[in-house]
Design a binder for this molecule. Structure first.
Ligand code: NAD
Length: 496
């Protein structure tokens, strides 16, 4: 089927038309067993369309197409320079349609339109171009062993890779996944989140125009327990790249172990600390700490959800942090209204989940300093929320909330805060604020997380690796590091 939607908003006017089927072997098809999923506008709570929901049978067909494409028209059959050219063409096509992509992302996820345009869509274009540039720079090494023997390495693609992405950054996550996979010569079976499939479907509609041979990119929408599970178990998929919750990551690892020992890379959850020392630049720290937790309505794996404030700066920081949080609360509303800073949570389920954590925080004795309530009558809006009087034993301090809820904790010493910050099963990211350079670096090195932002937050640089320590994941995305996770090394020994 098709979905046509006319945007008539102050921020964007235009009609978006997308195919709602499965994109397999360069064609739009309907699922073998039928089935659809409702897509809901989180700003209103109303169903806007239905999209096709695939099953394991559709995954089989997509994998067969991807395997054939890998052998006949992609992989090592297509030079890197050509793969790069097609990726660049895809980026150009997304750019030509950037406003429509942003509108669909805002409609589907509830992101503020202007932010979706610059950050989500702009970011996706940049990532695809970045990996287009790498496509002809995948190189092995020569290793001399003695004057009669040497070996060389080839960084070969895996073949068919499965990719499963979440709903919080649909465009961003698709680009992080397809960019390095295609640059290195793999073919793809990708499952968008069933909650936010629209921009992935729009992108699928550009794949043929960009010039990719049929079967190189297959997009199979559907539920996690059907399509996602089938990808994780498929014997012909050599690698799965996943972004989502730690619970699902565990299931994917298990499915890999019990099927064909496919390589698994995981980008999972977090409970990132934000540490503010007495000697921080307070206005900068307030601005970044706010961005750290409330960016994307708190629906961010790297959300700085535990804010540790040193006692000497506590009152002043909290006062300023409350003011900025109030401003976000006052500018909560429709994503397409100019001036809106904060949109809805993505779904009823997430809304209920976050409100459940707010209740749990109150029951466990934390104090709602500001927020803690829904905004408006319709849609899934929650006002940015600050809890004070938090301690380590509370659910809101230990568990990932994935919503606009900050837990504030006062601390005295550097050693104490390092211990508290590391007292978590997660290790995705952290933020350290101090104008004392040696202290900032000392703490950055002591923290168990894959990313540390010193005097900033949520900075995504394409050339810098991203991934988790501990139960936040396995492997790295972005930068040159991601290329290693999409290639396997072959050593060729030569005896002269
Ligand atoms: P989720 O794990 O429920 O879903 C993620 C994806 O996995 C979806 O496409 C879903 O359909 C699929 N899935 C669900 N069950 C599956 C199964 N049994 N087998 C295979 N696939 C399955 O997570 P979510 O609710 O979409 O996203 C929120 C979570 O993602 C948060 O915990 C967040 O921290 C995490 N996240 C992490 C990163 C990161 O880079 N580390 C980025 C974004 C989100």
């Amino acid at each position: 089927g098709t979905f046509s939607y006319t945007f008539d908003t102050a921020a964007y006017k235009g009609t978006a038309i997308i195919n709602t089927g499965l994109f397999i072997d360069g064609k739009w098809v309907e699922p073998v067993e039928g089935g659809t999923i409702d897509v809901v506008n989180p700003a209103t709570g109303k169903v806007i369309t239905k999209v096709s929901a695939g099953s394991a049978k559709d995954v089989d067909i997509a994998v067969a197409a991807a395997k054939k494409a890998y052998k006949t028209s992609w992989g090592l059959k297509t030079p890197g320079v050509v793969r790069g050219k097609l990726l660049n063409k895809l980026a150009d096509l997304i750019e030509e349609n950037a406003a429509e992509f942003a509108a669909l992302e805002a409609l589907d996820v509830g992101k503020v339109y202007e932010k979706a345009k610059s950050q989500d869509v702009g970011g996706a274009i940049a990532v695809i171009r970045y990996y287009a540039g790498w496509a002809d720079k995948i190189q092995g090494k020569t290793i001399e062993t003695n004057d009669k023997k040497f070996a060389y390495t080839r960084h070969e693609p895996y073949g068919v890779v499965g990719q499963i992405v979440p709903w919080n950054f649909p465009m961003g996550m698709v680009s992080w996944k397809i960019g390095p996979a295609l640059a290195t010569g793999n073919t793809i079976v990708l499952k968008p989140s069933e909650i936010t499939p629209l921009t992935a479907l729009k992108l699928a509609g550009l794949i043929n125009e960009a010039g990719f041979p049929p079967g190189v990119v297959n997009i199979v929408n559907g539920y996690g327990h059907t399509v996602g599970q089938a990808i994780s178990e498929h014997p012909l998929i050599e690698k799965v790249a996943f972004t989502g919750s730690t619970l699902t990551g565990r299931k994917i690892l298990k499915a890999s172990a019990e099927s064909n020992i496919k390589v698994v890379t995981l980008e999972l959850g977090g409970k990132s600390p934000t540490i503010i020392f007495d000697d921080a630049d307070i206005d900068q720290a307030v601005k970044w700490a706010s961005h750290g937790i409330f960016f994307n309505m708190g629906q961010c794996c790297t959300a700085g959800s535990r804010i540790f404030i040193q006692e000497g700066i506590y009152d002043e920081f909290l006062k300023k942090f409350t003011a900025i949080t109030k401003y976000l609360g006052d500018t909560t509303g429709d994503p397409f209204t100019p001036g809106t800073q904060h949109g809805p949570q993505v779904s009823q389920i997430q809304f209920d989940r976050v409100m459940g954590y707010i209740e749990a925080g109150k029951e466990e004795g934390a104090k709602v300093h500001i927020g803690g309530v829904r905004h408006g009558e319709d849609g899934f809006f929650i006002k940015p929320t600050i809890f004070t009087d938090c301690h380590q034993g509370m659910k809101i301090v230990r568990e990932e909330i994935f919503g606009p809820v900050a837990a504030i904790i006062k601390f005295k010493t550097e050693d104490e805060v390092i211990e508290l910050a590391n007292d978590t099963t997660y290790g995705l990211a952290s933020n350290v604020f101090s104008e004392n350079g040696s202290r900032a670096i000392r703490v950055a090195h002591a923290i168990e997380s894959g990313t540390v932002w010193v005097n900033c937050a949520q900075m995504g640089e394409l050339s810098v690796p991203f991934g988790g320590y501990k139960q936040s994941g396995i492997g790295r995305e972005l930068g040159e590091y991601a290329l290693d996770t999409y290639t396997q090394v072959k050593a060729v020994h030569v005896n002269l």
